[in-house]
Design a protein around this ligand. Structure first.
Ligand code: BES
Ligand code: ZN
Ligand code: ZN
Length: 489
């Protein structure tokens, strides 16, 4: 599906169908041409309400206001309604209130998300027939709404939305297809295509790097682990950033086996790793002036005679010893070593990690919201703002001085689970913090994407399954900090 900005009135553009937003129940707008019919259909123009009028060649969608999320959801609804019909082209106009350039961006993102479907394993595929969407740029006199700006917005929206859909495809792909090795191959192919550097570490390399925690998690699987390290190095970068992703291509829980109902969907435990691939891909395409290292720890958490066990004591890359009390708290073990690797090899100015780390985060914030944790209030605030303007939901979970004590071990430096059943998302983050060097504490941010990474129902403009969580938020943060910000000139 392509998008084309046309400098004509909406009514002068030739297309198979027209998408009309009814904003705040305003049926007097010039684009609302079928008032009587809409009345017969009892169409009220409520948010997310749809009226499909094939004879008039129009589809109407209600929006409460021009907030970006309203537009994204409405655009997705409209595209979902028309995508499996015989229409090849559609057109829509842009409303002038708020900021038309960002309205365009939200419209394009919503349309691309509305078209998304994961049908790779369906014998009968219902492919969308839509080839092109025309966006009418009527003669508005807003100085920011230049054709150049509008085209730039469309291009950015396409890059970010397609990178998000790329991540969704990976996360949705089943674990018998995406093993750690397969994920490494996907990363390598992507790196070649995007012209970025790629280094893959196999199990022998991980041993040389003393990654005892990562290796223990991977031990029982017949699919060996991989560490994926992609680097995007633009000229004169404004900063160096490491983004680490949890890549459990399957999490059975290990010997602390998950109950069957909780095991289903654990193919999504690779979402952090997939997100970092999507982020670096989008950053490269957007020419973000920052050196970015995407590091993914890919492994399978399985059972077997060779499995790591509750009671084992592991040694991480930084020399710290970890008492294992639950093999289902495996993500933090993989990340511990990957975070040490990132700090040692890259010496980054910022270090982010994305992980489907805890069910507790989903309990705390609900299934649509990412948990943001770290020691640096300013950094957390800036990520929360970026999330908001990107359309992703995020909320802070605060550290305090009492919680770290819950991770104390009698026989090792630290325990891999908390001694309390409460505050599990935060104690997991505090475990990770033990592997962040003192000088880097304020440079680090942890994003627990366990909720929005995979939701087993449609929500807003998101389809069933993977949501590509973290991609839009982190890309927006990179843009906010390093493209528009005076702090990093
Ligand atoms: N991958 C899970 C966390 C998870 C749960 C992600 C639900 C997405 C949806 C993680 O490895 C895990 O099992 N965590 C345990 C930690 C516990 C043993 C301290 C959990 O959340 O129950
Ligand atoms: Zn687990
Ligand atoms: Zn896990």
């Amino acid at each position: 599906m392509k998008f084309e900005l046309i400098e004509k009135k909406l009514s002068d553009i030739d297309a198979d169908i027209e998408i009309v937003f009814v904003v705040d129940k305003n049926f007097d707008h010039k684009w609302v041409k079928d008032k009587d019919e809409l009345d017969i259909l009892n169409f009220k123009g409520e948010s997310e309400e749809i009226a499909f009028l094939p004879h008039q060649k129009r589809v109407y969608v209600g929006v409460k206001n021009l907030d970006h999320d309203e537009i994204r959801i409405a655009a997705a609804k409209a595209i979902k309604t028309i995508k499996n019909k015989k229409y090849k082209s559609a057109k829509a106009g842009v409303y002038i209130q708020n900021c038309p350039v960002t309205n365009i961006k939200a419209f394009v993102e919503g349309a691309i998300f509305g078209e998304y479907e994961f049908d790779k394993f369906k014998s009968k595929k219902e492919k969308s027939k839509l080839e092109i969407i025309y966006i009418a740029k009527e003669d508005y006199s807003d100085k920011n709404f230049t054709t150049k700006n509008a085209k730039k917005s469309i291009n950015e929206a396409i890059i970010v939305a397609e990178a998000t859909n790329f991540v969704k495809d990976l996360v949705n792909t089943p674990p018998n297809e995406i093993t750690p090795k397969a994920l490494a191959k996907i990363a390598k192919d992507m790196a070649k295509e995007e012209d970025i550097e790629c280094k893959i570490l196999d199990e022998k390399d991980l041993e040389k790097e003393n990654m005892g925690a990562f290796l223990a998690v991977a031990k029982a699987s017949s699919n060996p682990p991989r560490l994926i390290h992609l680097s995007y190095k633009p000229k004169n970068p404004k900063a160096k950033i490491a983004i680490v992703g949890k890549g459990l291509t399957y999490d059975s829980g290990g010997l602390s086996l998950k109950p069957s109902d909780y095991m289903v969907t654990m193919k999504s435990d690779k979402s952090g790793a997939c997100a970092v691939l999507g982020i670096i891909k989008a950053a490269k395409k957007l020419d973000i002036p920052v050196e970015i290292h995407a590091i993914a720890g890919a492994a399978e958490n399985m059972i077997g005679g060779n499995a790591y066990k509750p009671d084992d004591i592991l040694k991480a890359k930084n020399g710290k010893t970890i008492e294992v009390r639950n093999t289902d708290a495996e993500g933090r073990l993989v990340l511990a070593d990957c975070l040490c690797y990132a700090q040692e090899k890259i010496k980054p100015d910022y270090i982010l990690d994305l992980a489907t780390l805890t069910g507790a985060c989903v309990v705390a914030l609900g299934e649509y919201t990412t948990g943001v944790m770290g020691h640096n209030d300013e950094l957390k605030k800036s990520m929360l703002e970026a999330a908001k303007s990107s359309g992703e939901l995020a909320g802070e979970l605060p550290f305090n001085r009492y919680l770290p004590k819950l991770l104390e071990s009698k026989i090792a430096d630290i325990c891999n689970i908390s001694s309390s059943r409460y505050g599990g998302a935060i104690t997991a983050a505090l475990f990770l913090s033990e592997f962040i060097e003192e000088k880097n504490k304020d440079k680090w941010l942890h994003l627990d994407i366990a909720g929005p990474a995979y939701v087993e129902k449609e929500w807003g403009y998101n389809s069933f399954g993977a949501g590509g969580a973290g991609v839009r938020m982190v890309v927006k943060w990179l843009q906010k900090e390093f493209v528009f910000n005076k702090k990093h000139p």
